[in-house]
Design a protein around this ligand. Sequence first.
Ligand code: 6R9
Length: 647
Amino acid sequence: MGENMIVPVPESWAGQGAVDAATYAADHARSIADSDGFWRDQIGRLDWVKTPTRMDESDFSESNFQIRWFADGRINVSANCLDRHLAERGDATAIIWEPDDPTAAPRHISYRALHAEVCRFANVLKAAGAHRGSRVTLYLPMIPEAAVAMLACARIGAIHSIVFGGFSPDALAGRIQDCDSTIVVTADEGRRGGKRVPLKANVDAALPHCPSIETVIVVPATGADVPMRAGRDLRYDAAIAAASPDCPPEAMDSEDPLFLLYTSGSTGKPKGVVHSSGGYLLWAAMTHQLCFDYRPGEVFWCAADVGWVTGHSYIVYGPLANGATTLMYEGVPNWPSAARIWQVVERHRVATLFTAPTVLRSLMKEGDDLVLSTDRSSLRLLGSVGEPINPEAWRWYHAVPGEGRCPIIDMWWQTETGAGMIAPLPGATPLKPGSATFPLPGVEPRLLDGEGAVLEGAADGNLVIARSWPGQMRTVWNDHDRFFQTYFTTFPGYYTTGDGARRDADGYWWITGRVDDVINVSGHRMGTAEVESALVLHPKVAEAAVVGMPHELKGQGIYAYVTLNAGDEADEALRRELVQWVRREIGPIATPDAVQFAPGLPKTRSGKIMRRILRKIAEGEIGALGDISTLADPAVVDDLVANRVMA
Ligand code: 6R9
C-alpha cells in the first residue's frame, strides 16, 4: 500500500516553498550535467576569506583516489555561523535552550552574546595550548556550552571530537587515545530525564589511560561538587570570565578538518570520520535551507544530541550558518511525560521539528490525547532521520502531531555523508509514507546488484553513490587506507553506503536498512563487532556473536549469542551480569536485549560464523534458515532454535 499512496504537496505549500518541483528537477539535472557551474553558484551561500575557484576534484578510483572540494578556498566556519550575522541579526536569538527540568527557565542566547562567548572560550582553548589542527575532545551534556566549545574550536582551527555523554569511560578513553587530543571539555554532571550523568567522574576514570591530555575544562552544569585536579582541571566559568572577548577567526583552508566524529562500522574499532571546513559547512547549510525551507525568525528544533552527526549538522552548523534560531533541548522527549516534546513545541512556537522514528513509535503508543492537549499551530514542517520510518509511524506523525498539514521530511544520510542526501523538498516533492523520496542536488545514487552491475528502473539492491559531494567525509583519522578499503573497494568506483535500497516504478527511493554488520538501535549505530569484543572481555565468555533483531520501539534490538568457557555455569545471574558488563564497557545504548547461552555457534568448516543463520533465529524465522549443509556441525542449529530467547 505504501508504494502507491502519494501525499501531494499540501495546498498551503503550493508556491510557498523556496523550491518548486520544476526548479528541483532542473537543479538536480544541472548538478550532475554541469557540476562545476552548479557549485560555482552555490558557494555564495557562505562567506569565504578567499572564494574558491576550484570546485570538485574528487576521484573514487584506486589509482587517483582523493576527495577534494574548493581546494583553493579559505574560510572560517565560526565566522560563517556568527560574525556574518551580527550586523543584520546580532540581537536575534541564535540558541534557545530548553532545560531538562520543565520548571526551570529556558535561556535565549543572541548571536551577539554567542559570538562573545565563543571568542572568549576560543582564547581559553588557545591559552590551554590548542591551535590549528590540534584535537579537542568534547564530552558534554546538551547545554549551550557544547555549541560554544564546537564553534570556539572552529574559530582557532582546532579539530573537535565529540563523544556522546552516554558513552562509558572506556569508550571515551579509546576515542581520546585514537586522536591524541590534548584537552577535554566536560561538565560536572549532565541531566537527562530527571537523572544525573557523572561526566566528570567518567573523565577522571578515563584519563589514567590517556597520557595526551594536558587540560580538562569543566562546565558547572549542575553545580555538583566534583574533585578538581590542580594543574590539570580548570573551571569553565572562571576561565571565560578572565578571557578576552577578542579573537579573530583563523583563515582555514577549505580542506582543513573541522571535526572528527567516531562512528561504528562492521569491523574493528569505531572510525574517526573526518569532515572538512568548506565543503562540510556548505553541505550542512544548503541541505538545512532546502529541505527545511528555513525562513528567518522561525524556530528550528532538531531533537538529536550533539554527540551524533545529526546534532552537529542540524543543531549547530547548518542552522547557525543560515542565521536560524536553533532550539537545543537538554532532556529526553518523553520525560516527565510523553507530552513533553509537544509542550516544548508549544512553549517555543517551534516551526520545524526534526526527530527519529524510534521516538515517534514510543510516543505513538501513549495515545493521541497527550499530543492533542498541546497547541502545535506553529509547526510548518516535520522531519524524520536515523532509520527507516515505518509507514504507520509516518502516517501518525503526519495526521496527529502534524494535523495533516505539515510535510514529512524523511531524510536519509550518514555520519560519513556530513548531512542529508536523499530527502524531499517540502514545496516540491509529493510524498510517499516510508520513502526518503529523491536525491538532493549534487547526489547521484545508484543501485547495484551483488556483483556490482548497475540496476535500472524499479529494483532492489545495494545503495551506492556515483560521485562525490561537498559534505563527504575526507578520511578516517590516521588511517586513510582504511577509508579507501571500507568505502571504495566493495564496488570499485563508487562510495558504498552499507545500506540496501529499493527504487520503485515512480523513481522513489526506499531505504531498506543496513546490508552489513551494523545494527541501528533507536537510530544509533552499533557495530556488532564492538558488542562482541565487550562480551569476550568477560572472564567467563569464550565466544560471542551479536546480531540485530526486530524491536517494536527501538527498530532493532541487540541479540547476543554467548558461549561460555568450559566449566562455567549459564544462569540468570550471569545473564544479568553480562548485560551490565556491556553497559559498563560501552554505554547504555549498547544494552543487549536478549542473551542466549549457546554451547556452540554455527560455523563453516573454515571457522566463519554464519551470521545469516543467527539473524534468522533472532528474528524468529526458524522455518527459513536456508542451506545449513556447509556448517561444520549442523546439530548446533537445533540447540540454538530450541533455546531461542524471546526478548
Ligand atoms: C544521520 C544518521 C546512518 C545509518 C544509515 C541508515 C540509517 C539514517 C535514515 C536511515 C532510512 C532514513 N538511516 N537516516 N535509514 N531512512 N531517513 O543517522 O547517521 O548515525 O551515521 O547512521 O542510519 O542505515 O546508513 P548515522
